[in-house]
Design a protein. Structure first.
Length: 401
């Protein structure tokens, strides 16, 4: 249990850095002379590379020592964060964010593989939910920790402190993480060489529907909570900076609670598709209410928690794609599905920034609530796509060898 917990700290670190820029938007715009669209690209910069490196990262996790690969990833991440802290131009900052994407690409497959080796198969859904919960705690910590760091120094000093944490984490991984127990729970996960059956993945419609479902459900976390939630809530509730940060944290806390609970419900009932369908429908309703209703700040906090909780159904995708592909492709399938979930960052974050920028060329200060609501229709559209995909999954049989 300790082994998996320490490994998951890297995912926590990743999520905290993924949303860190949402608390630095004015400072970044001033320091690096950015517009809103460039802020969107910069925030999602490491996700572009992260997604491109998902399959190579998953294959690396299959082929190399997990502990050594995780130590290397931690050190590379620390280097990238430090480079970002000293960046002087948009291009340099974007390259640093891209290096973060390379560093984090094998992380989720490493954690899921460790879970498969240390725990019996029947616990995979619940334990993978706990892995995702631990990662999402990083998103919840960001709104609390990063403003504190920025209060004692500027954004550059805050990122430098986070780089030092990456070095400390690499030492912790080196000392405490082991690839497998003496008697692995699932010995087949120790195969050093795999014969990849690519057609079973590429031409599998059920697999791609699950990937699109994960994209549509998770987009509210990595595009709304990850960047645009803070300026939206500041416009909605001016003068409530502390409560706004709490509301953002509640999205991640809700997902951290929802992911394992929905995984447990799926394991107990055996109705994974039904749980995915219900959580998606509830997510759409709560998201629309949060964006377009005139609720109070307390009501918005409840909505943010609900958004996170029902978005936690995205983690069920990992178990579902494992059923859609042969065993030799499960690692690559999970890595690909994870990459799809994060597409909301590089696609939707800058798209929302572009829509907002076209509505007001004078910056954040001149944007109204209606401007944000119009831009956030993109998020609702993605959630409707997820609903369509999960309704179609029932028509697709699971893989059978």
């Amino acid at each position: 249990m300790v082994v998996c917990a320490i490994a998951t700290l890297f995912c926590t670190y990743q999520f905290m850095l993924q949303g860190a820029l949402s608390f630095m938007v004015p400072e970044l715009m001033h320091s690096l002379s950015l517009n809103l669209t460039e802020v969107g690209f910069l925030s999602s910069g490491f996700l572009y590379v992260y997604i491109l490196f998902q399959v190579p990262g998953g294959m690396a996790a299959d082929c190399f020592c997990l502990r050594k690969l995780l130590v290397f990833s931690c050190l590379l991440m620390a280097l990238a964060v430090y480079w970002f802290s000293i960046a002087e131009t948009f291009t340099e900052a974007l390259l640093a964010r891209g290096l973060m994407g390379i560093a984090t690409s094998p992380a989720i497959v490493i954690c899921m593989t460790l879970v498969a080796r240390w725990f019996p198969e029947r616990w995979f859904s619940v334990m993978s939910g706990l892995v995702e919960s631990s990662a999402l705690i990083g998103g919840a910590m960001g709104p609390i920790l990063i403003p504190i760091l920025m209060h004692h120094s500027d954004w550059r000093g805050s990122m430098e402190d986070l780089a030092y944490f990456g070095i400390w984490l690499s030492v912790l991984v080196l000392l405490l993480v082991r690839d497998a127990p003496k008697e692995p729970a699932n010995p087949e996960t120790l195969q050093s060489a795999r014969e990849y059956d690519w057609p079973s993945l590429i031409f599998n419609s059920g697999f791609w529907l699950c990937c699109l479902y994960g994209f549509g459900v998770f987009v509210v976390i990595n595009s709304f909570a990850g960047l645009w939630c803070v300026p939206f809530l500041h416009e909605r509730f001016p003068g409530e900076s502390l409560r706004v940060r709490e509301a953002v944290s509640l999205i991640y806390i809700g997902a951290a609670i929802g992911a394992p609970l929905l995984g447990l419900l799926s394991s107990l009932t055996g109705m994974t598709r039904g749980v995915m369908l219900c959580s998606c429908m509830m997510l759409i309703l709560v998201t629309i209410y949060a964006f377009f209703s005139g609720c109070t700040l307390d009501g918005m906090c409840y909505c943010c928690f609900g958004i996170g909780f029902f978005a936690g159904g995205y983690m069920l995708v990992f178990g579902q794609v494992r059923k859609q592909v042969p065993e030799s492709m499960q690692g690559v399938a999970m890595a690909t599905a994870n990459g799809f979930m994060l597409l909301g960052g590089p696609l939707v974050q800058p798209l929302i920034g572009f829509i907002l920028g076209n509505q007001s060329e004078q910056g954040l200060e001149t944007l109204s609530l209606e401007h944000y609501q119009m831009a956030f229709m993109v998020i609702v559209g993605c959630q409707l796509l997820a609903l369509f995909c999960i309704l179609r999954v029932r028509c697709t049989a699971s893989y059978s060898s």
